[in-house]
Write a protein that binds this ligand. Structure first.
Ligand code: SF4
Length: 504
């Protein structure tokens, strides 16, 4: 289609993402599992089991779809902008191409999840490897067909390049743009097309949530934003200084409809804090989220509605009945029993969290009570039918043995509920080296082991529950469960090595 449209000339603006960011995942958790694998796992297995074949859809990461929508809204024509995955690049890059914009998630593998998985499982994280594949292909095509075109990178992992500008030139990336960009991307792209000099590292400008342009094509795993930003100031988080805004209900429904009409069956309703949708400041508005979920549930072709993150101080403002109603609407008639939601606990030591900028996230809870407060809220989510996850950060600046012990005791207290707890190594956002496995202490390994005792038990159940509801066949589910079991043994063997090292 595209090759014909431009008769071999290519498109002036090409927006591209790698194979991992444009895959057709069955459920959101597939994407999380895929993004957590390292080269220690075979690539073909990852692609065959998790990444799908796209069912003929052109899938792009949500951020790239927003860039496409912003350009189109600013007057770029359909014959000027192409969105392509790695395999579609041949048809869209040509002599007419002036700007290639690539979406980056883990360009240097420096995110917390990536550094943790590479340290524990060994090898290089796949999101980085797939990004390198894309870059090689884009640069070859640009060299051969559009040598004057500029290469611009944006997306959630762009901070890694901005921290290491030397790596940018090594990679042949001319410019990076950080943050949300709908407010100024059109001007930036026009300037690049006109050959104007532009800085290597540029700041994006977002727009008010109500003005975020609607999607024009399928986004990865049917994702739509319901809120954007967070603004609670945690010093280890890229969302710390971006205030939260909520998208209007009609725009969210329109984005979901775009995905459904592109062939998606499920949606992921993305937010840094699901239960804060519609809030004014920190004060939640349960009726607004329940109304949105109710309207989504009325869409006849929509199957799974998958939230991702939630803050426990927002959960605390919801009554048990309201949480149950959210569960009921999320589940619908899909047969799914346990929607998950990832709650950022980070540490059970409130003093440590507060010292790292986490006081606003605690929602007025006294730091001494943070651990008990999180436990109560997690139990309430379980009581309402959710299977919550909690993320922990190991090695935060100022962490003491006592802080880690508090978190270990906290994890052990949750042994009687269905909860998954994922510890990650602290990775600073200022370019300083991340925490390494060799610097972990005995108590860290005890904590790691306690978390994975719960994860080995509950993750396979949650995963099977979601895959069944998403219509993934018995054979594939069984194979995935078997491979999951094998990975569990591999991790248990690693824990044994650490245990003997520390004589746990
Ligand atoms: S509450 Fe969560 S999303 Fe918000 S700044 Fe803190 S870590 Fe980031």
């Amino acid at each position: 289609m595209r090759g014909e449209a431009r008769r071999g000339e290519g498109y002036p603006v090409v927006l591209a993402a790698d194979r991992m960011l444009t895959a057709d995942y069955g459920v959101v958790f597939d994407a999380m599992v895929a993004a957590s694998q390292t080269s220690a796992a075979p690539r073909w297995l990852l692609e065959r089991l998790l990444m799908g074949d796209g069912r003929g859809m052109e899938i792009a990461p949500l951020g790239l779809r927003r860039v496409e929508a912003a350009l189109r809204q600013a007057g770029f024509g359909a014959d000027e902008v192409a969105v392509a995955g790695e395999r579609g690049l041949d048809a869209v890059i040509g002599p007419a191409t002036r700007v290639v914009g690539i979406s980056v998630g883990e360009p240097l593998g420096l995110g917390m999840n990536s550094t943790t998985m590479s340290e524990v499982a060994g090898g290089t994280i796949y999101p980085q490897l797939y990004f390198q594949d894309l870059l090689r292909r884009v640069r070859r095509l640009m060299r051969e067909r559009a040598p004057k075109a500029r290469l611009l990178a944006g997306g959630p992992g762009v901070w890694q390049l901005a921290m290491h500008p030397d790596r940018m030139s090594e990679m042949g990336i001319d410019h990076v743009v950080g943050g949300y960009v709908e407010g100024n991307i059109a001007g930036m792209v026009r300037s690049l097309m006109d050959g104007k000099e532009m800085p290597g590292v540029m700041d994006g400008q977002g727009v008010e949530a109500r003005l975020i342009p609607r999607l024009r094509g399928a986004s990865a795993f049917g994702s739509v934003e319901i809120s954007r930003g967070c603004g609670w100031g945690c010093r280890f988080c890229v969302m710390a200084r971006t205030p939260m805004g909520h998208l209007p209900e009609e725009n969210i429904l329109a984005d979901v409809e775009t995905n459904l009409s592109s062939g998606m069956r499920d949606t992921a309703v993305l937010s840094e804090d699901f239960f804060r949708y519609g809030a004014s400041g920190a004060k939640t508005a349960p009726s607004k989220l329940l109304e949105l979920l109710g309207r989504l549930r009325e869409m006849p072709d929509l199957r799974l509605i998958q939230p991702d993150h939630a803050n426990l101080s927002s959960v605390a403002q919801w009554s048990d009945d309201e949480l149950k109603e959210a569960w009921r609407l999320l589940v619908g008639k899909t047969g799914r029993k346990h929607p998950w939601v990832n709650t950022g606990v980070e540490t059970a030591s409130g003093a440590l969290l507060a010292a790292n900028g986490g006081r606003p996230k605690m929602g007025g809870v006294n730091p001494e009570e943070w651990g008990a407060f999180c436990e109560t809220q997690i139990r309430r989510l379980c009581g309402a039918g959710f299977m919550p996850m909690a993320s922990l950060v190991l090695g935060l600046p100022g962490e003491t043995e006592d802080d880690v012990r508090k978190t270990l005791e906290w994890v052990e207290r949750l042994g009687d509920v269905a909860v998954m707890i994922f510890p990650m190594f602290y990775a600073p956002l200022d370019g300083a080296p991340p925490v390494k496995m060799k610097s972990l202490r005995r108590i860290h390994w005890r904590l790691f082991r306690a978390c994975y005792r719960l994860n080995f038990k509950w993750t396979p159940r949650m995963y099977a529950d979601h895959q069944r509801a998403a219509g993934i066949g018995w054979g594939k589910r069984t194979l995935l469960q078997t491979l999951g079991r094998m990975q569990t043994w591999q991790w248990q063997a690693r824990f044994k090595i650490q245990n003997s090292r520390f004589k746990i």
